[in-house]
Unconditional design. Sequence first.
Length: 209
Amino acid sequence: MLNMLYLAIMNISQELSQWWHQQTAIEMAGFVTGLACVYLAAKNNIWNWPFAIVNVSIYIFIFFKAHLFADMYLQVYFLWMNIYGWYYWSHKPGAALKTPVKLITRQQVLLLSAAVIVFTIILGSVLKYTTASYPYIDSFCAACSMGAQILMARKVLENWLIWIFVNVVYVGVYLFKDLHLTAIMYAVYIGIALLGYIEWRRDWKKQME
């Protein structure tokens, strides 16, 4: 019995070691910077933005190689939004220690929903004639992510709820594309996004006191 247990542990260890050595250095760098930027954002720390800029630059290359073209162009968009977010968070009002957290408005919900639907249909219809993988799913996730990134840059609390949803979908996509380390990173993102929602909601409540 002990011998069988020992052999099972050794087999698992060997498989994990083999899997680890199959991961590329660039995906590892994306994994580390991705976790750092999302964790800092969840903690309402402005230094999430430089980490985010490095992270999206890495993933432009990774997604190009994986033929996830909607995600690749999404990273280009993120690059500009991260620069904007860094600028916006740096210009806090008056004597405030941080830029205040806001709640989403009804108008923002309607505009965001319409934009996601239109963007998904148009981009998905274009990408299905290319070598893109999962054109409509990829386009839908890209559209949701674009909306969530705008809300994060503007410090709207509900951005985290969108990230939780879209990251669940992304985990499945990356597993199917054999981007295992990236799938793990997005699984961790789900937990961090939940933390971000709790932290930002706490900050918003303090503002209301």
